[in-house]
Design a protein around this ligand. Structure first.
Ligand code: ACO
Length: 312
């Protein structure tokens, strides 16, 4: 019976059909999705912290309103994604527990500090730009609840990327020399971590082959990284900033840019818990959870009173 179900499932995948929450699926497919979707949700929630750091210091009311909206969007993305993961039979409490105990992964990029205002624009341009490159193909992920959540997320990410680029463009075209230098410094610090976001090289990516077979991933880590580099070079030229890689150059034969070696030891260190802000980020989430305990208790006490009221 299990064999027949698995054959039917594989045939659906091969035909490009979507899988819904109530459809039969192999246990490994379910596990892989819970892993990826919950990591993605945690990334959105932890990703609110580096930018939240600048809401009270945005230079104008307009910039503050944009940043507030963006950080709220990220909170919303986290919630859609937790809901998508819940359809696979995992609970939100389990996912939070995994995050708060340090067991769960979230994107490496959010373990870097936001030192200046230019980091806000640079995160929009590079970090959200990389996120879009990775996430647009997930709108066609074989698991339908995840794919549906990604459609709205990608539209909002596109606004995030544009506001970041526009903010940098304003500083680069109308700013002082000091502001231009601040933008260049932010780009220097965020470039390499941004291209690490796509994950390890294909030959060191244990999950890629199976995830691509199942249509969870549509492109490999290295393919997406290459597309991102190629798209970003021209944007950097228009902006008037230099990407901090002396080996970055057009390769006529490959019709793509060559780029320098990525420091993978830094990547593994950061995802292993030892990046510049890992402890601070996790502590902020644990504190938020603990500070919210009274709200959960009050909501529960209120809910428990409801049946009594009805009975009365
Ligand atoms: N940060 C943290 N961990 C990472 C990263 C990263 N940038 N890249 C890879 N990893 C982890 C993987 O989660 C995996 O760990 P695990 O097996 O313990 O789960 C391990 O490194 C090996 O990587 P892969 O085999 O390549 O893993 P996978 O096939 O899941 O690919 C990827 C990683 C590309 C991040 C994929 O999970 C994905 O597309 N996720 C959805 C998008 C996402 O999470 N984006 C979050 C950042 S963008 C944002 O939120 C604004």
């Amino acid at each position: 019976e299990e064999m027949r179900l698995e054959e039917r499932f594989d045939a659906h995948i091969d035909a490009g059909d979507f899988i819904e929450a109530k459809d039969w699926m192999p246990e490994h497919y379910r596990k892989t999705l819970v892993r990826q979707i919950s990591q993605h949700a945690h990334s959105e929630i932890v990703g609110m912290l580096p930018e939240g750091n600048w809401i009270s210091r945005a230079p104008t009311l307009k910039r503050k309103a944009i940043l507030l909206a963006k950080v709220q969007d990220e909170g919303g993305h986290g919630l859609y994604l937790y809901a998508a993961a819940e359809t696979l039979g995992t609970s939100r409490d389990q996912m939070f527990e995994a995050l708060h105990s340090g067991k769960a992964k979230y994107s490496s990029i959010f373990n870097y500090p936001t030192l200046t205002w230019a980091d806000m624009g640079t995160i929009g341009w590079l970090v959200d730009g990389a996120a879009i490159m990775n996430q647009v193909p997930i709108c066609r992920c074989s698991y339908a609840p995840y794919a549906r959540a990604m459609i709205r997320i990608c539209r909002e990410e596109s606004f995030h990327q544009r506001q970041g680029y526009e903010s940098l463009l304003t500083m680069m075209t109308h700013g002082t020399e000091a502001q231009k230098a601040m933008v260049q410094d932010a780009v220097n610090r965020w470039w390499w971590p941004s291209i690490m976001m796509f994950g390890p090289p294909d030959d060191q990516s244990p999950n890629s082959a199976q995830s691509m077979r199942w249509g969870i991933k549509r492109f490999s880590n290295d393919e997406l990284r290459q597309k991102f580099v190629d798209a970003t070079v021209e944007q950097a030229r228009i902006l008037g900033v230099t990407l901090p890689d002396p080996d970055l150059k057009w390769n006529e034969e490959r019709q793509a840019h060559d780029f320098g070696a990525i420091d993978w030891s830094e990547f593994w260190r950061v995802i292993g818990g030892d990046g510049p802000c890992n402890r601070e980020r996790l502590q902020a989430r644990v504190d938020a959870w603990e500070d919210g305990a009274w709200v959960r208790e009050a909501a529960l006490a209120h809910a428990n009173k409801q049946p009594m009221k009805e009975a009365a």
